[in-house]
Design a protein around this ligand. Structure first.
Ligand code: PRP
Length: 193
């Protein structure tokens, strides 16, 4: 990745919250936990479907997928509530989801970048359960428990974080900063413009 691009975007950060080295360690640990949890199921002939929630999960998903060593299928789901705003609208729209027959036949592991108010994942879980998934579990890179509104928790958590506006490694503000290779805290003057 061009260092110029990284430099220009990193100037908008107050500080780096999670370094590349720490992200690597988090991915190693999370993948180990996922492998340990799902190996017995998969060895018993049960199908595992990993569902990435677009767009924020893509970088994290790509990194943990290559460390998961049980057979699985991959699908994507598009949920959106923030748009270009810095705060959630609370209204979660599911714009694209895997085929209902596939969901009904699978143990589903949802992969997210961040669990914040929980409204997005609450809606996603409702849809997956309505469609008869054999089980539904959540893996999230970041968890902000202080902001939770919906009754939802994650099964695999990368790191709990304080209530700060974080970007990078898939997380955005107005669709930018997703390509930063670490997670940083955005300067308030950027999102309160
Ligand atoms: C972000 C993030 C989660 C959700 C978490 O998605 O990726 O899906 O918000 O917030 P919540 O717990 O308060 O619901 P966003 O709607 O911004 O779309 P994006 O993934 O394309 O960035």
């Amino acid at each position: 990745m061009s260092q110029d691009i990284i430099f220009a975007q990193s100037a908008d950060l107050e500080s780096i919250l999670i370094s590349e080295e720490e992200l690597t360690a988090i991915c190693d640990r999370i993948a180990r936990e996922i492998n340990e949890h799902y190996r017995p199921l998969v060895e018993a002939g049960e199908p595992l479907l990993v569902v990435g929630v677009l767009k924020g999960s893509v970088v994290f998903l790509a990194d943990i997928l290559r460390r998961i060593n049980v057979p699985l299928q991959i699908e994507f789901l598009r949920a959106s509530s923030y748009g270009r705003s810095s705060t959630s609208s609370g209204v979660v729209a599911i714009k694209h989801a895997p085929a209902p027959e596939l969901i009904a036949a699978s143990h589903v592991l949802v992969v997210e970048d961040i669990l914040d108010t929980g409204n997005t994942l609450y809606k996603v879980f409702s849809v997956l359960r309505e469609q008869g998934a054999k089980s539904v579990k959540l893996c999230t890179l970041l968890d902000k428990p202080s902001r939770r509104q919906a009754d939802i928790s994650a099964d695999f958590v990368g790191r709990e974080i304080p209530d700060a506006f974080v970007v990078g490694y898939g997380l955005d503000y107005a669709d930018y900063y997703r390509n930063l290779p670490y997670i940083g805290i955005l300067k308030p003057e950027i999102y309160s413009k």
